[in-house]
Design a protein around this ligand. Sequence first.
Ligand code: ZN
Length: 240
Amino acid sequence: MRYAIFGDIHANLEGLQAVLEDAQDMECTDFVCLGDIVGYSSNPVECLDIVRDMGCPVIKGNHDEEAVLDTSLEGLNPLAKQAMEWTRAQLSEENKEYLRNLKLVRQVSDFTIVHSSLDTPGNWTYVTNKFDAMASFSYQFTQLCFYGHTHFPRIYEKADSVQPLEGTDVDIEMGKKYFINCGSAGQPRDGDWRAAYAIYDVEEQHVSIRRLEYDIQKTQQKILDSGLPEMLAHRLAIGK
Ligand code: ZN
């Protein structure tokens, strides 16, 4: 059994397709989505349709939550605000109902999935260091938990203490816990523009994060053509 675990798609259809094609090539048998299907790029409905039709476990991200609200967007930065207004206008009531019904945390087989962190999943806090990870670990009752939100692949290991591991591959060891950021399929922010997702091989007890080139010019052109802020097209190329 081999899971493909992906998220932070952010309406980037080409990024999502690259991930799913690679997952097939890698003979993944099961799929899991970590949320933020929509927001930022120009194909929110297409990405939503693909993920929903896969019938796989999905959890809610902050952009999925924001996209279905009618509330004002004053708290968001101008870029996110403009993108969110655009995204809200694209989604049908049915699309919004689907997003509204997503849960914040789920257990899938023997692991947990959450978009942001397990300690306060609805507050959308960012886990960017070992102290943030420690807070989440105290609510983690499975050996493995996969998360997203930062768009930055990272593996935290909890043994006697909590440490971020070097690299993006790990052999799962008995007696330790892992909190694993799978990176972003649609808008990486670790300086590498390529789409990211994780493979969890259950028999091998191994997790690896993969990076994939995709047709980024196509995604950028669609963003520009759709009237979304230009900056959203440019940032894809620098992976920030
Ligand atoms: Zn996100």
